[in-house]
Write a protein of this length. Structure first.
Length: 399
């Protein structure tokens, strides 16, 4: 039961990438092209950043590596993040068995889906290609879902903003975010198509990827097969579908209880990394006043970028509220609130990379060619910068 169908636009000129889906045009090719362009930008910048750091930069002589070395840099960029080895430890040895304590770092913070995938995918080339294919598939399914839920114009704009979002690079790394997005969108698409059991299975898999998967239940509710209020009927398939995202979190609590004696060990262990569980969100504002540019556990995180993204989140929430898309408002707001409640402003952008309601809201508040193109230009520049930073970090790690 879509809450809004074929939303009327503001009358502004449609952005150049908009196609008239109702007249039979197929946007899939355009979406895949943008996915390709955005990944070339990021991984190309990663290669350049890796080459510029160190001795070549000092001598201002950057030699292009041979194809084998070039591919090695690109492959390495897919696993260049701090949590990769933690997932590998779970894949190889399982979760640590010990009474809960946050005095030292443990692998309890990480949900089990990705370690299971790591057991199956061991070749470096597949570690690179699998997230690229997963990201592309998620974007195609999301575009199709949004065209039926909102409008073709908003679907196209929101999908492109998500593709070029500065932190979208996490969806092209071998990490759980891309799989969370894919199975979340698959759950919504299946529910929209009247297949609640497929939706429930997909939502369950998403729940084993990351704890914030439970938010999908907010959007699945609109597709509940038992009708809507006040003519609501009991549907076993519908109830399982709504409960499925939270079952992953429940299963993780059970795993933690059997391994540590504390069912919330997966959340509380964040303190060992300098984060905190359940803190008041306004503590992040106080940190910002103390250090408006540099805040973070290691003293280098460029938090100002995340605060700009937070401003975009607020604007998106306003746009969604204007359309009375209250379930989408709740989804976007809780995404931000959960990040703040973990005292993790420095990873807000990563958390919001999978928050597709935010990009729909941005497309609503930025109608027309000029505004969306301007924001896309900013996103492209920022995504390229993130690629340079990613490559430089790889070079420092090798040094």
């Amino acid at each position: 039961m879509p809450i809004v169908a074929n939303i009327d636009e503001t009358g502004s000129a449609a952005p150049p990438w908009t196609r008239d889906v109702e007249r039979g045009a197929r946007p899939a090719g355009g979406i895949l092209l943008h996915v390709l362009v955005s990944r070339v930008l990021f991984f190309g910048a990663s290669v350049l950043g890796s080459l510029l750091v160190g001795e070549p930069f000092v001598n201002r002589d950057v030699a292009l590596p041979d194809p084998k070395d070039l591919w090695a840099i690109i492959e390495a960029s897919a696993i260049n993040y701090g949590d990769f080895n933690w997932y590998g430890q779970i894949a190889g040895h399982g979760y640590d068995v010990a009474p809960f304590s946050a005095d030292i770092q443990r692998n309890w913070a990480f949900f089990p889906l990705f370690p299971m995938i790591q057991r199956l995918v061991t070749a470096p080339a597949m570690m690179f290609w699998l997230p690229q294919l997963t990201f592309a598939a998620a974007m195609l399914m999301l575009s199709a879902y949004l065209r039926k839920t909102v409008s073709s114009e908003l679907a196209r704009g929101a999908t492109l903003l998500m593709i070029y979002f500065p932190f979208s690079y996490v969806l092209s790394q071998f990490r759980p975010e891309a799989f969370l997005l894919l199975f979340s969108v698959l759950a919504l698409a299946a529910a929209q198509g009247g297949r609640p059991w497929l939706s429930a299975g997909s939502a369950l898999v998403a729940g084993f990827a990351k704890p914030n998967a439970f938010l999908i239940s907010l959007l699945l509710a609109r597709h509940y097969p038992g009708g809507s209020w006040p003519r609501l009927s009991i549907s076993a398939a519908g109830l399982v579908m709504l409960a499925a995202p939270g079952l992953g979190v429940a299963a993780m609590c059970l795993i933690m209880w059997t391994h540590t004696g504390d069912p919330l060990a997966w959340a509380k262990i964040q303190g060992a990394w300098g984060a905190a569980f359940g803190v008041t969100p306004w503590r992040a504002w106080l940190d910002l006043l103390d250090q408006p540019l540099i805040v973070g556990r290691d003293g280098w995180d460029p938090v100002l970028v995340n605060w700009l993204i937070f401003a975009g989140l607020l604007a998106a929430i306003v746009g969604l509220a204007r359309r009375r898309m209250w379930d989408w408002v709740a989804f976007a707001a809780l995404c931000g609130l959960l990040s703040f409640s973990n005292h993790a402003v420095f990873v807000l952008g990563k958390h919001l990379a999978t928050c597709f309601p935010m990009f729909v809201g941005l497309a609503i508040v930025l109608p027309g060619r000029d505004r969306q193109t301007a924001l896309l230009a900013v996103f492209v520049a920022a995504l390229t910068t993130m690629g340079l930073f990613n490559g430089a970090r790889m070079a420092f790690t090798r040094a």
